[in-house]
Ligand binder design. Structure first.
Ligand code: SF4
Length: 437
């Protein structure tokens, strides 16, 4: 029996999809790379915000329309949040599986599979604990792997549905994470990307924040590799990480810190304690300690009560701090979240216009930050060749997977998944062009 997984949403969902592939293959099914080849199609959905919910529903329906004779199963966050409604309204879909309901997935897919694998060996538990060491296939480019260090979140930002979907913060045991990373490095992975809903809260459910200690133990491992950290909440940024990044270049000086906004009144209604002043001090502190540090962030515009003055605060913060990369999102009103009932809602058109203003302003900023790299020699992790050209696409320390620009390397034969030193020759938009050093 063959299956295909359409993994929607965030990097954390992608990791879940990779564990699922391991679990299903351990049960005798075979993963294929396209829905056309598969007998079972699984859609790992996202239920975070309206646009993601719509994409999950449309993707599932269009797959079922394209392949009416195949089994199409929806699972993950959207089902966890709206299981009953989906079952009622989407009769054409063959199955619905929530986040902590792996058993029903095995039952759904097991009809037609010869010879059941022994119980428990293929991840009957939702924790995925027994799946950790058996992740075999990666949906990322070669050489790079996400490692999820915790599930859920206890920050309860007022606009966020994730705690409703994934529950309170549950941090994995550090020895388990280390074992997984050792296994990945042993299999030739050269970039480890640590992720969680809020990486900076790792261990908090056990009483203390343990991210720096975890990073220290990872850096205790032998060998050349990159360690990248994503999603560090600014209100509890672990400053001692900077010392580690200064002393060990394997910890990339790339800091993904979702500020969400810069206006203090807006941030406090979001359930966040920062301000333009404290966030600017954070950026300055990082850059003073590590001048080549790269900072990515996200801004959320259109939050209830957001005034023109609040927007001006955000735009002047953006100008003043010149962050390297910024993603901008429009507030999505999510039932069950504390912000759902807030008055003074901002109209969609206004919010979208504000998003465009911030995005437009960011282009010039990102480009000027990138100009600093021209003439430098950087290590680049090659991801893939450009078909029909003597060119390869890759990423340097300043570029996270899937969200930032790329480095285009002129070369005859490079091996995807390997790191090569290159000389940056010029910037082209938000990409860099290079040749082998
Ligand atoms: S830190 Fe992130 S995941 Fe956690 S509640 Fe806030 S926005 Fe949601």
């Amino acid at each position: 029996m063959t299956f295909f997984i359409e993994s929607l949403g965030c990097a954390k969902n992608q990791v879940d999809s990779e564990y699922l592939i391991a679990g299903l293959e351990a049960r005798g099914l075979r993963w294929v790379g396209s829905p056309g080849e598969a007998e079972i199609i699984i859609v790992n959905t996202c239920g975070f915000i309206t646009s993601a919910k719509e994409q999950s529903i449309q993707t599932s329906l269009s797959l079922k329309n394209r392949f009416p004779d195949k089994k199409v199963i929806m699972l993950g966050c959207l089902v966890q949040r709206y299981g009953a409604e989906l079952q009622r309204e989407m009769e054409e879909i063959d199955g619905f599986v929530g986040l902590d309901d792996r058993q029903s997935l095995w039952q759904l897919v097991s009809s037609g599979v010869q010879g059941e694998a022994e119980e428990g060996s293929s991840g009957a538990g939702a924790s995925g604990k027994d799946l950790v060491t058996s992740r075999r296939r990666f949906l990322s480019f070669p050489g790079s792997a996400y490692v999820k260090v915790a599930e859920g979140c206890s920050n309860h930002c007022s606009y966020c549905a994730i705690p409703l979907i994934r529950g309170e913060l549950v941090s994995r045991r550090s020895d388990e994470i280390l074992e997984e990373i050792e296994e990945l490095l042993g299999r030739g992975v050269v970039e480890i990307v640590l992720i969680a809903q809020d990486l900076a809260s790792y261990g908090r459910d056990r009483g203390t924040r343990e991210l720096t200690k975890l990073v220290e133990s990872v850096l205790g491992l032998e060998g050349e590799f990159w360690l990248r950290l994503l999603y560090l909440h600014p209100d509890h940024f672990p400053w001692d990480l900077l010392d580690l990044a200064v002393s060990d270049s394997r910890l990339l000086p790339y800091f993904d810190i979702p500020f969400q906004h810069a206006s203090k009144p807006v941030l406090s209604r979001m359930g966040r304690s920062g301000s333009a002043r404290t966030y600017a001090a954070l950026v300055e502190g990082i850059r003073n300690r590590i001048p080549r540090a790269v900072i990515r962030s996200t801004f959320l515009v259109g939050f209830p009560g957001e005034s023109d003055e609040d927007m001006e605060t955000l735009l002047s913060f953006q100008r003043e701090c010149s962050l390297d990369w910024v993603g901008v999102f429009v507030y999505s009103r999510e039932e069950g979240t504390p912000a759902y009932g807030l008055p003074a809602r901002v109209g969609r058109k206004v919010a979208e216009a504000r998003k465009r203003v911030v995005e437009q302003a960011q282009i010039a900023i990102s480009e000027s930050r990138l100009d600093r790299q021209v003439g430098r020699t950087l290590d680049v992790l090659v991801e893939e060749p450009v078909q029909g050209k003597r060119l390869y696409l890759g990423r340097a320390y300043l570029q996270a997977p899937e969200v930032d620009g790329l480095v285009v390397v002129k070369a005859d034969t490079l091996e995807p998944g390997r790191i090569y030193p290159v000389r940056i020759e010029r910037r082209a938009g938000i990409d860099l062009e290079a040749s082998l050093a």
